[in-house]
Design a protein around this ligand. Structure first.
Ligand code: ADP
Length: 212
């Protein structure tokens, strides 16, 4: 809060507009690492717009839109939805919500082309990514958590162990390089994703505060 106020006062003197002080965070980690759960609390604490590409796809699927019908094919097999579909959807969501203090991205970017597209898009809006925070959880714990979530979530991609393992493999191959992409810019941080929800929330908050 105080940091945001200082940034705001600074922006008055430097003549820069509100966008320079926006906080744009990427919440990163494998499927089942707890991004969605923690994002809900973080968005309240930091007053950010939570954008989950998985939730956006599920919304489209629920409404049986052409985008949803296309995305569903990939999601149910544990594969990534093609970049051009995902990037377009993310940009639409950001464009539709310009007057916010910042964005908390959950599930995006998930490939290097998505990182590159995000950089170009942010630049066009005179904004940057503030930082990436990764939740670290080992594979067997992820499988256990996702199978448990599948008992109640109604998500087809959570109820089949083969699909879960496929998602983890896809994460390792296609998504984990995203961490390195932002590490090169000194923006990547890791937090232990095992513990109580409160403990993990405190770790994430400490990491985020160090970026602000
Ligand atoms: P989880 O993190 O548990 O895998 P998500 O809700 O983030 O759950 O994603 C569910 C599925 O939606 C992914 O397996 C993938 O098929 C699709 N998806 C979500 N975000 C992206 C993305 N950025 N790029 C491509 N596909 C995505």
């Amino acid at each position: 809060m105080i940091i945001r106020l200082i940034n705001y006062i600074k922006s008055i003197f430097t003549g820069s507009d509100k966008k320079d002080s926006m906080t744009n965070l990427i919440l990163f980690g494998p499927p089942g690492s707890g991004k969605g759960t923690q994002a809900k609390n973080l968005m309240e604490k930091y007053n950010l717009l939570h954008i989950s590409t998985g939730d956006l796809f599920r919304y489209e699927i629920g409404n049986n839109t052409p985008l949803g019908i296309k995305a569903k094919e990939y999601m149910n097999q544990g594969k990534l939805v093609p970049d051009e579909i995902t990037i377009g959807m993310l940009e639409n969501k950001i464009n539709a919500n310009p007057d916010v203090a910042g964005y908390l991205l959950d599930g995006f970017p998930r490939t290097i082309p998505q990182c590159e597209a995000l950089d170009v898009f942010m630049k066009s809006k005179d904004q940057t990514i503030t930082g990436l925070i990764a939740l670290n959880v080992e594979d067997e714990e992820l499988v256990k958590r996702l199978l448990k979530r599948g008992e109640t979530s109604g998500r087809p991609d959570d109820s089949n162990e083969e699909v879960i393992r496929k998602r983890i493999a896809v994460y390792e191959e296609e998504t984990s390089p995203v961490f390195g992409y932002y590490k090169e810019q000194n923006k990547s941080h890791t937090v232990d994703g095992v513990g109580s929800l409160e403990e993990i929330f405190t770790r994430l908050s400490t990491a985020i505060d160090s970026l602000l």
